[in-house]
Write a protein that binds this ligand. Structure first.
Ligand code: SF4
Length: 265
């Protein structure tokens, strides 16, 4: 959703394109993103557009690729087809695994608090799927940082119940993923036959692929992404600034069901 918001403002301005002439399709591991893209908050009155026009799951796009007769594994690798928002880092790649968002944030936080480009930035304590809730206390920049990572809604409930009951430590930062294993096993991902799941741990295998790609990348920290640096310098101003809040932040409220008609908007 954030990418869509930036495409229809920053990218549109830079390329001198009317945002109404841009159709954003997000390819996601998550069926819930289809509904999320229709939320009122995802409409930008300044552009008169929804941030994202359509969401395809990875399973749907895989089917479309097969239907078109494309042998994806034989395609040559290519870079992004534009020069403004194409760069990505290893920190972005690992977002798909439980603990990945936390680790990406820690890589940046540690550099900022320590005031240098730290050579050691892998946080094994937040990786893995054995525990539904992973907790760690880290020493960063002379501070003790307490963190928790939950994956699956059952684990999230356990963590949140402990916080409500006052039995959990005071955390500085919590990551919650709705799906067990994180987005690598999201509801829109390619399905695997139940019989095959007896022999493999799909969540770990998919996460391993992400950590391997992260390992191969030259840039592995979010704040080292030059395209993002330029985006803040030329357009957003500063992290947590007014425009960042307007375009990139949202809030949620408790509700039992979606109101009638929201999906038709
Ligand atoms: S963890 Fe699951 S529900 Fe949450 S964004 Fe990823 S795929 Fe969607």
């Amino acid at each position: 959703m954030m990418e869509g918001a930036i495409i229809k403002t920053y990218y549109a301005q830079h390329k001198n394109i009317d945002p109404k002439d841009i159709f954003v399709v997000s390819v996601m591991p998550c069926t819930a993103k289809k509904t999320e893209s229709t939320r009122d908050e995802m409409y930008n009155p300044a552009t008169g557009c929804r941030d994202v026009d359509a969401v395809l799951t990875t399973r749907e796009i895989a089917r479309m690729i097969k239907q078109a007769g494309i042998d994806f594994t034989k395609l040559p690798d290519e870079g992004p087809d534009q020069d403004l928002m194409g760069e990505y880092t290893g920190a972005a790649v690992i977002f798909g695994a439980t603990g990945g968002v936390m680790e990406a944030a820690l890589r940046t936080v540690a550099d900022i608090l320590e005031g240098k480009d730290l050579p050691s930035f892998e946080y094994q304590a937040v990786r893995g799927v054995d525990a539904g809730v992973k907790e760690a206390e880290l020493e960063i920049g002379g501070l003790k940082i307490r963190i928790a990572v939950a994956h699956s809604t059952a684990a999230a409930r356990k963590l949140l119940d402990a916080i409500r009951a006052g039995t959990a430590p005071e955390y500085h930062f919590i990551e919650i993923m709705g799906c067990s294993g994180g987005c690598v096993c999201g509801g829109g991902q390619p399905q695997v036959h139940a019989q095959d799941l007896m022999d493999i741990d799909l969540r770990s295998l998919r996460a391993k692929a992400l950590y391997e790609e992260d390992n191969l990348m030259d840039v592995r920290k979010s704040h080292k992404n030059e395209d993002v640096e330029t985006l803040y310098k030329d357009f957003l101003g500063e992290p947590n600034g007014h425009l960042s809040h307007e375009l990139l932040h949202t809030k949620y409220q408790r509700r039992e069901i979606y109101p009638d008609g929201i999906l038709e908007k």
